[in-house]
Design a protein around this ligand. Structure first.
Ligand code: DAH
Length: 371
């Protein structure tokens, strides 16, 4: 074997044996670098006679090419291995860890509001809304409570320093009744709406919180009378409490925005629980032995002055309205006894009294949430 052939097989063997890029690079420098052995051979070509060059040239060039090719192939193998390793180790996991069980629950107030919307939707009522920061005019004046009206004093109102566009001061709405006026002004008649939402009064003890929830109902049409009101309330309360034996008692009352006004009581029975305490269970006449009446809501025929101030002709349009506390309804249906816990945001209370987000109230499966 010629010297060149020997050199070639040694070089190729060394390249094949190189186990890391640094060793390969050292080989490249030793062979093809400026001082490299193959480079040195190439330099000898210049000093040869043309004949000699013709004889040895192809072998030397062949050596250079073979070495260069082997180096390139080995380098590519190292690069591919390095890339494969990086792809394997630098993987980014884009999936989110799934909790063992779904967390969070639907607050009883939201649950009850959903139930109410479902029941009233079935009776043809749409949901109306209004602002919580309200104009004095909508909250009081348009509801037949002018500036000096004594009923205003009963509302313990939170006022803002700002002047309201329609006179008086801006305030946090004390009830959902202003939505009646806003909806009549915006949509005219006939109308069938409920308006659930937050209301505010400067009042705080075991049964009062400065913010609580009400739902307002309003029907405006021709020839509406108290019978429609009573049927609507009975139908709604039977569906809500999921009992056919709900009995209502209508008592004459007074609200500035209704005439006549009625307060509605619902009959309940007093039952003893296993631990010797007594609890009220809705159902039956409050006049029956062992029963009583509980005040539940305010209502009446919409006062003609309110209809007028809401832009409608009271000789053509009449209607009824009612308003009641959503928190109270939730407590009665689901058995909580402290109103303040509703607004504490205590995760333990929510885990106990909250509802599964998967239990949507529907009339067909019963609006009540499953325990
Ligand atoms: N707005 C009244 C309140 O907060 C409740 C009420 C009573 C609403 C009678 C009505 C109604 O719509 O007709 O005390």
């Amino acid at each position: 074997m010629s010297d060149i052939e020997t050199m070639k097989s040694e070089a190729l063997a060394a390249i094949a044996a190189a186990h890391e890029p640094a060793a390969l690079e050292a080989l490249r420098v030793g062979l093809l670098g400026k001082q490299g052995s193959v480079s040195a051979l190439l330099k000898t070509l210049g000093a040869m006679s043309p004949e000699e060059r013709q004889a040895k040239g192809p072998a030397i060039q062949g050596l250079r090419e073979a070495v260069a090719e082997a180096l390139a192939a080995r380098k590519q193998a190292f690069d591919a291995a390095e890339l494969a390793e990086r792809l394997a180790t630098e993987r980014v996991d884009l999936t989110l860890p799934a909790p063992d069980a779904p967390r969070g629950s639907v607050h009883p107030v939201s649950q009850v509001m959903d139930e109410l919307a479902e029941i009233f939707a079935d009776l043809g009522f749409a949901v109306a809304t209004g602002p919580e920061i309200e104009d004095d005019w909508y909250n009081f004046t348009a509801l037949n409570m002018p500036e000096s009206h004594p009923a205003r004093a009963m509302h313990d109102t939170f006022y803002f320093p700002d002047q309201a566009p329609k006179g008086g001061k801006m305030l946090l709405r004390t009830h959902t009744s202003p939505v009646q006026v806003r909806t009549m002004l915006a949509e005219g008649a006939p109308l069938r709406v409920i308006a659930p939402g937050r209301v505010y009064r400067s009042d705080s003890d075991a049964t009062h919180t400065p913010m609580f929830h009400q739902i307002e109902g309003l029907v405006i049409d021709r020839d509406i009378h108290l019978g429609h009101l009573k049927w609507t309330l009975e139908t709604f309360l039977k569906a809500f409490f999921e009992r056919e034996d709900i009995v209502l008692r209508l008592r004459p009352s007074y609200f500035p925005f209704t005439e006549p006004s009625v307060e509605v009581d619902v009959g309940f029975a007093i039952e003893k629980t296993a631990d010797g305490r007594s609890r009220r269970v809705l159902g039956g006449s409050g006049d029956a032995p062992g029963h009583g009446w509980m005040e539940l809501l305010g209502s009446g025929m919409v006062n003609r002055r309110v209809i007028e101030m809401s832009g409608l002709d009271p000789d053509e349009w009449q209607g009824f309205a009612f308003g009641l506390g959503v928190d109270r309804l939730a407590m009665l249906k689901y058995g909580m006894d402290d109103l303040r816990a509703f607004f504490d945001g205590d995760a333990r209370w929510l885990a106990h009294y909250g509802f599964s987000p998967f239990d949507q109230p529907t009339l067909s499966s019963g609006v009540g949430a499953r325990a």
